[in-house]
Design a protein around this ligand. Structure first.
Ligand SMILES: NC(=[NH2+])NCCC[C@H](N)C(=O)O
Length: 811
C-alpha cells in the first residue's frame, strides 16, 4: 500500500502542476484534455522518483529516445530503467485514456471500477506500481471531471456553431446554458447601434430633402386626402422617426369618446411588443410619448395626449378645419387624390330578356349604380356593364312563336304589349306541342348559325325588352352599357376551344365541365350535352374579355348572394386557366340579401304575383304624391316643383331604403317606412337639404352674396355645436375611402344621417338669422353661420349624388 502522506503529496502535486503540453491533440477538445492529464501524471511521477521537470538529464540514450516522443516535456523525464518502465506504462495509459475518452463516460466508470478492484487485489505489489495505481485513481477522478467539462464545452460549442450560421443573432437565440455575456452585451450594443443608425439615416434623408437633393414627402397639405389619411401620414412620420428599425403600418381611427380627442393613433402596443423582440424594454406609455414627441410640425393637430396604454389622442385644430371647410365652400367638394386611376368594370342590373325584371334586379341596379358613382367621383375609369341574359335556348321557342303570331315580323316591329305574357304562351306551347318543340330547337340551331331571319326575330324580341328596361333606367337615372351574354358568342367559342386544347375540360354525362382550383366545389358547365353554351360559359368568356381586352384592374359583380358560389367557381376557374391573376386584378362579388314584404315573406303583390318593377315605381310615385299632399305641399309649390319633389321622393326613397341597410342582409320593402319624414330616410334627408338652403333664401341672401361672403367671412367654430358640425362635415373623404374598401354604401347613409343630425343640433342652438319676435323683421344675419349652412348643403348634396338621390330646391 502506498503511504498516505505519499499519496497526499502526489495528489497535491498533480493538482498544483502547470499544464505542460497542449500541443498533441489540440485539434480536438477531448484529446487535448486527455493529453493534459497524462502529462501532469508523468511529471509528478518523474519528480517523485528524483528527476527534474525542466528536463536537465544526463542520459543521452534516453534523451534520444525521448526525442522520438511527441509528448515533449514528459518524454524527457524518464532516463533510467525505472523511469523507462514508467514511461512505457504511461504511454499505454495514455493510449487507454484516449480510447476511454472516445467511448465516453460509461467506459470511464467501468475502467474506474476495474481500477479499484485491481488496486485492492494487488496490495502486495512493489512500491512503484502502487504509486502508479494511486496516480491512476486520481487521474480517473480528474478524467471524469474533465469529461463533464468536455461535454459542457461541446454543447456550448454546438450551440455557438448553430448561432454562427444565423444571419443575425438575437438575444433570445442564445440558449440559457450558454454563458457568453460578451456576446449578449455585443448583441445589445448592436441593437442600440442599429437603432441609432436608423435615426441618423432618417436625419440624413431629411437633410437631403431639405437641401432639395432628394425630395422626400413627409406631409403635404396640398394633396389632402381627408383628415384620417392626413393624420395617419403625420403619425406614421413620427412612428418611423421614433422607431426607424420597425416596419409597422398603422391607421389613425376616430376616437370613440370625446374625452379621447377626435382621432386616436394606437400603435404603441405593437411597437412595444416588437421592441421587446429586439431585446429593448419599453412600455407602451413610453412608446406613445416617444412617438408623440416626434409628431412633425403640422397645422391639423391642436392638442395631443398620451393615454397610459400608449394611445395617442389627438384634438383637431379649429383653425385648420375652418380653413379647410371654407376652401370647400369656395371651390366645391373635391375628391381625395388618386394614387392610380383604375379601369373598373361594374357588372350590375343584368335582367333577362323576355323575363320579368324583378326586385332583385332593382337592388342590383341601385347598388351597382351607387358603387359606380362613388368610384367615378373618386376619378376612376368606370365601365358600367349590363350583362343582360339575352342568349340561350329559350330564344328558339320565342322565335317560333313569333313566326306564328306575327308573321310579318321581318317587315315591322311586332306589337307585343306584354313580353312576359308572350313568353308564357310560347313556353306553354313548347311544353305541350311536340311539333312546336321540334321547330323551337331548329330555330335555336338557325339562330346560333346566324341565319338572318332568325337573328332578326331575336333582335326584335330583345328590342322590346330593352325598351322596358330602359324606361326603368331612365326613371331612376341609371346609365349602363348593354353588353349581354350574346356579345360574347364568338368569344365563348374561342374560349371553349382554348380550354379544350389546354386540357381543362372533362366529359361528364355528355357535358363538358371544368373544375376550379378548389377541390370539392361544383364545376362549371362549359358545353351542354346538346352543344349549347351556358351562363357559366358566358361568364368565363366575359371575365377573359374584361381582363384581356378591357384591361380591367378591378371587376365588380353586383348580384344577389345566391350567386356567390357561382362567382367563387368563376374566379377559381379563371385563375386555374390563367385568365385571371389575383395579384394583378381585384375582383369583388357585391352580394345582397333578398327583398321581403312587410310580412317578412318573399316580396309579392297582394294577389300573390311577383311584383312588376314598373308597377312598383308607379306605386312609389302615387305614395309620394299622397305624402306630399298630406303636408299641403301641392298648395305651396308650383306644379313643376311639386312634380320634381314627387319624383325625387319616390325614387329617392326606394334607392335610399335599399342603400341604407347593410346590403348583405335581407331587407323589408315598406313604403310606409321609406316615406317617413323622421329617421334615416330619403324624405328626411331631402327635407333637410331644402330647409338648409331655404335659411339663406328666406333672408333674401342670394348664392352670389354667399360666394362673396366666403371671401371675407370665416367658418364659425366657437360654439360647441358649430364645432361638432364642422368636424362631421370634414369626415366626408374618410367615409368615401371606407366605401372603396368594403363596397358598402350604408356607411355613407349613416354619415349623411350624422351630418343631418349635427346640423339640426347646430340650428337649434345657434341663430343664423335673428328676427324680431313680433314683427318678423330681420335684426341680424350671421353670415358666417350661413356659410356653415352652405357647407352642410354642399356635403349632403355630394352624398346625394353618390347615392343617386336628386335634391330639390323646394319641397
Ligand atoms: N356576369 C354576370 N353573371 N352578371 C350577372 C348576371 C345576372 C343574371 N342575368 C341574373 O338575372 O341572375
Amino acid at each position: 500500500m502506498l503511504p498516505s502522506d505519499d499519496l497526499h503529496y502526489i495528489i497535491r502535486s498533480v493538482r498544483r502542476l502547470p499544464l505542460q503540453s497542449f500541443s498533441r491533440c489540440h485539434h480536438d477538445q477531448n484529446c487535448s484534455v486527455v493529453s493534459n492529464h497524462s502529462t501532469r501524471l508523468f511529471a509528478v511521477f518523474g519528480n517523485r522518483v528524483g528527476y527534474s521537470l525542466d528536463g536537465q538529464d544526463d542520459d543521452d540514450n534516453n534523451r534520444n529516445q525521448s526525442r522520438g516522443e511527441a509528448s515533449t516535456g514528459a518524454g524527457r523525464l524518464f532516463t533510467n530503467k525505472k523511469g523507462y518502465q514508467a514511461l512505457h506504462v504511461a504511454k499505454q495509459l495514455q493510449q487507454l485514456l484516449l480510447t476511454i475518452s472516445v467511448f465516453g463516460s460509461l467506459g470511464v466508470l467501468l475502467v474506474q471500477m476495474a481500477a479499484v478492484v485491481y488496486t485492492l487485489a494487488t496490495t502486495a505489489m512493489p512500491f512503484g506500481l502502487h504509486f502508479l495505481l494511486a496516480c491512476v485513481l486520481i487521474l480517473f477522478d480528474d478524467l471524469a471531471k474533465a469529461e463533464g467539462e468536455m461535454n459542457d464545452l461541446y454543447q456550448r460549442y454546438e450551440a455557438m456553431k448553430k448561432l454562427a450560421t444565423q444571419s443575425e443573432i438575437r438575444l433570445e437565440d442564445i440558449p440559457e446554458n450558454v454563458e457568453c455575456e460578451q456576446l449578449r452585451s455585443l448583441i445589445t450594443k448592436r441593437n442600440k447601434l442599429t437603432f441609432r443608425l436608423g435615426i441618423l439615416k432618417r436625419g440624413i434623408d431629411e437633410e437631403k430633402a431639405k437641401s432639395g437633393k432628394k425630395k422626400k414627402f413627409i406631409y403635404d397639405p396640398e394633396s389632402f386626402n381627408g383628415i384620417k389619411e392626413a393624420l395617419t401620414q403625420i403619425c406614421m412620420v413620427a412612428l418611423r422617426e421614433a422607431y426607424p428599425q420597425l416596419e409597422i403600418e398603422q391607421v389613425v381611427q376616430p376616437s370613440g369618446k370625446p374625452m379621447f380627442g377626435d382621432y386616436q393613433f394606437n400603435a404603441a402596443m405593437q411597437v412595444s411588443k416588437e421592441l421587446k423582440n429586439l431585446g429593448i424594454k419599453c412600455a407602451p406609455a413610453e412608446v406613445g410619448k416617444a412617438i408623440a414627441s416626434k409628431l412633425p410640425a403640422n397645422k391639423i393637430i391642436d392638442k395631443v395626449e398620451v393615454a397610459p396604454a400608449g394611445f395617442i389622442n389627438m384634438w383637431l385644430s379649429k383653425e385648420f378645419c375652418r380653413n379647410l371647410l371654407l376652401e370647400q365652400v369656395r371651390c366645391g367638394i373635391k375628391p381625395p387624390k388618386l394614387e392610380k386611376r383604375l379601369r373598373i368594370v361594374v357588372d350590375f342590373s343584368a335582367p333577362n330578356v323576355a323575363k320579368q325584371m324583378h326586385v332583385g334586379h332593382l337592388r342590383s341596379t341601385i347598388i351597382g349604380d351607387s358603387i359606380a358613382r362613388s368610384l367615378e367621383f373618386l376619378g376612376h375609369d368606370v365601365l358600367r356593364i349590363n350583362h343582360v341574359g339575352d342568349w340561350g335556348t329559350q330564344f328558339g321557342m320565342l322565335i317560333a312563336h313569333l313566326q306564328d303570331t306575327f308573321p310579318n315580323y321581318l317587315n315591322e316591329m311586332p306589337p307585343i304589349e306584354d313580353l312576359q305574357k308572350f313568353y308564357k304562351e310560347s313556353k306553354l306551347r313548347f311544353d305541350t306541342d311536340e311539333d312546336f318543340k321540334k321547330r323551337a330547337y331548329e330555330c335555336v340551331v338557325n339562330l346560333q348559325g346566324h341565319e338572318k331571319d332568325h337573328v332578326k326575330g331575336w333582335q326584335q324580341i330583345c328590342e322590346i325588352s330593352r325598351k322596358e328596361f330602359q324606361s326603368i333606367y331612365d326613371q331612376l337615372n341609371i346609365k349602363l352599357i348593354e353588353r349581354g351574354e350574346s356579345f360574347y358568342q364568338s368569344r365563348m367559342e374561342s374560349t371553349v376551344e382554348y380550354l379544350r386544347e389546354k386540357g381543362f375540360l372533362e366529359m361528364d354525362d355528355g357535358r363538358l365541365i371544368m373544375f376550379g382550383l378548389e377541390e370539392g366545389n361544383i364545376p362549371f358547365t362549359i358545353v351542354k350535352s346538346d352543344g349549347g353554351f351556358t351562363y357559366d360559359t358566358s361568364d368565363m368568356a366575359a371575365i377573359r374579355q374584361r381582363i384581356e381586352e378591357e384591361k380591367a384592374d378591378w371587376i365588380i359583380y353586383v348580384t344577389d348572394m345566391g350567386q356567390s358560389n357561382h362567382f367563387k367557381v368563376l374566379y377559381s376557374c379563371a385563375e386555374r386557366c390563367g385568365f385571371y391573376d389575383p395579384s394583378k386584378v381585384r375582383i369583388d362579388h357585391v352580394g345582397f340579401g333578398v327583398v321581403l314584404g312587410e310580412d317578412r315573406k318573399k316580396f309579392k303583390t297582394r294577389s300573390g304575383d311577383t311584383v312588376k318593377l314598373q308597377e312598383l315605381l308607379d306605386e312609389g310615385l302615387s305614395r309620394s304624391e299622397e305624402t306630399l299632399k298630406s303636408k299641403n305641399r301641392h298648395n305651396v309649390l308650383t306644379p313643376e316643383e311639386f312634380e320634381a319633389a314627387k319624383k325625387a321622393v319616390a325614387y329617392g326613397c326606394i334607392k335610399y331604403a335599399d342603400l341604407c341597410h347593410n346590403r348583405v342582409n335581407d331587407y323589408v320593402f315598406s313604403f310606409d317606412k321609406m316615406l317617413d319624414d323622421k329617421g334615416n330616410t330619403a324624405v328626411y334627408m331631402l327635407y333637410a337639404v331644402t330647409r338648409i338652403r331655404s335659411i339663406a333664401s328666406n333672408a333674401n341672401i342670394t348664392s352670389k352674396q354667399l360666394i362673396e361672403a366666403a371671401k371675407t367671412e370665416r367658418i364659425p367654430v366657437d360654439h360647441e355645436k358649430e364645432w361638432k358640425l364642422v368636424k362631421a362635415l370634414l369626415r366626408f373623404h374618410d367615409e368615401l375611402i371606407k366605401i372603396t374598401e368594403d363596397l358598402c354604401l350604408h356607411h355613407l347613409c349613416e354619415y349623411l344621417y350624422d351630418v343631418a343630425s349635427s346640423f339640426t343640433e347646430f340650428y337649434d342652438a345657434c341663430y343664423c338669422i335673428e328676427k324680431d319676435g313680433k314683427t318678423g323683421e330681420v335684426l341680424k344675419i350671421h353670415m358666417d353661420r350661413l356659410l356653415l349652412c352652405e357647407a352642410t348643403a354642399l356635403v349632403m348634396e355630394k352624398c346625394f349624388w353618390i347615392l343617386g338621390l336628386t335634391p330639390v330646391s323646394r319641397m
